[in-house]
Design a protein around this ligand. Sequence first.
Ligand code: ADP
Length: 217
Amino acid sequence: MKKQYAVIGLGRFGSGIVNTLLQHGNEVLVIDINEDRINQFADTATHAVIADSTNDEALKAIGIGNFDTVIVAIGNDMQSSILTTLVLNELKIDKIVAKALNKRHGEVLKKVGADWVIYPEKNMGERVAHQLMSPNVLNFIELAQNYSIEEIKLPSKMVGKSLKELNIRVEFNLTVIAIKSEGVVNISPSPDEIIHEGDVLVMIGENRDLHRFSNIE
Ligand code: ADP
């Protein structure tokens, strides 16, 4: 069954989430206290409602309890974001995602029931630093403190060789889980797969090994 999403707060962060969910065919309820913001989504969102999300009666009347995932994307008003999260927790929402402005705010959001706290500025800053240090890394997901999955541009001296020849597992202690070639993704590539110019390797391993691989000249 399709997931039902609700997004509260239509600033830059909330709008970004809503647009991406809609582009991928999801049903999204949007809520904002500001009528202009709601009007901007009147034609695109599945439902658009003007409401104060700190008001539990208003959220109940909207039927928020039927939504699996609710994203609290309220920006600068910390009090509203905390109260909203608390109300959602009392309404037994399965998954509450909330945006925090800083560490303390995030800790409070966790305490009042957020399942996943996001620090957009901090995360983006970390990603930018990562990109600056390793321009060959196109994307990454942190799995644990020292382990990640990274999409790394193939170093030019490896072009035209097979995975077997490159022996990445032994030489770099990394596992290639996919190869992206001209927009086509080859999952679990065979050892005989030849890597071409412009290919991107999706690899899993320890951060220091990924770093070594992504900095090959
Ligand atoms: P961003 O930093 O993501 O751009 P903003 O602070 O500009 O965030 O946007 C937050 C949105 O949350 C605004 O559109 C605001 O009207 C909305 N908002 C703030 N408080 C409430 C509330 N109590 N109920 C519903 N929406 C709210």
